[in-house]
Design a binder for this molecule. Sequence first.
Ligand SMILES: CC(C)(COP(=O)(O)OP(=O)(O)OC[C@H]1O[C@@H](n2cnc3c(N)ncnc32)[C@H](O)[C@@H]1OP(=O)(O)O)[C@@H](O)C(=O)NCCC(=O)NCCS
Length: 300
Amino acid sequence: MQVTTRPATEEDLGPATRIVQDAYNDVRVRHGLPASIALGPPLFQAFSLTEPTSSLWVAEAEGALRGFAFSWMRQRFWFLAQLFVRPGEQSQGIGQGLMARTLHHARENGAENLALITMAYNTTSTALYIRNGLYPREPLLRLVAPARVVAERLGAAGLEVAPIEPWPASRDWLSGIDEEVLGFHRGSHHAFLLGGIAARAFRIEQAGRPVGYAYVSPTGHIGPLAVAPGTDTAEALKAVLRGALEIGSEQISMIVAGRADGTLAAAFALGFRIDEPFVLLSSRPFGTWSCYQPSNPGFM
Ligand SMILES: CC(C)(COP(=O)(O)OP(=O)(O)OC[C@H]1O[C@@H](n2cnc3c(N)ncnc32)[C@H](O)[C@@H]1OP(=O)(O)O)[C@@H](O)C(=O)NCCC(=O)NCCS
């Protein structure tokens, strides 16, 4: 079978999303988890197609897509959002071929750090990334709680939340927090979320001053959430949870780094349980992960 690799087009995004869903569920089932990943329309992928620093590739054979890779860049920071090969066609070099294309694009664009998030139980992908110079850095846990339980246990919060002003009025303070927490800013991520994707966008405030931000999806998923170092992360989380409960979803979920002691302790006291373990890999350490909750493995 002759496999060719080419840049993805908008028409590829639907079939590529099906490969992502099938391959993700296949890994889950092989690790004793339910095949419960349902993906929505590829909105962030379509948004990223228009950005020259993003890189979206498909592997094709006999007229059908076999694999998909998608990476984005912000300043000198490169992030692999998705790399998936169709089940039944894996371990034949397709994944490494796609990885090589996206890494070439990263080098051409001056990337100084490379990162991604994968399932912590996924030995195949972890091996592939280590062979490409990205090493496991941070354990990440996806946590889930029934909204009813959180509502019962949530007391008063020591910080406040207010809606984030529409983009670009909020650009300066959001960029300042990203610089402090992640080491780079990413205006177009915020523009995407504030353009109607997030159900709620919160500015976390202390004495009227912004000390963080958090987005909440229509399904009650919190993230990305960032607070300036030195902020009480447990109080920030409680303030965001108050706002998140207003959405009325049945459950609340979020991804928290292992080193975020205060956030994890508060989350477990509020009824959260571990749903899925992930791991952050990168070519160089970066970020203050006790102050950051990524949205999902693709958006970061
Ligand atoms: C992970 C994935 C993209 C790799 O693509 P692939 O086409 O299967 O992999 P390749 O044949 O190109 O192999 C690349 C490297 O992956 C690792 N690998 C591949 N198959 C493996 C297996 N069965 N067991 C362990 N490691 C394996 C090896 O390190 C390999 O390099 P090497 O053979 O030189 O040692 C693909 O298997 C996949 O889609 N898996 C399910 C979804 C997933 O895990 N996606 C990543 C989410 S971030």
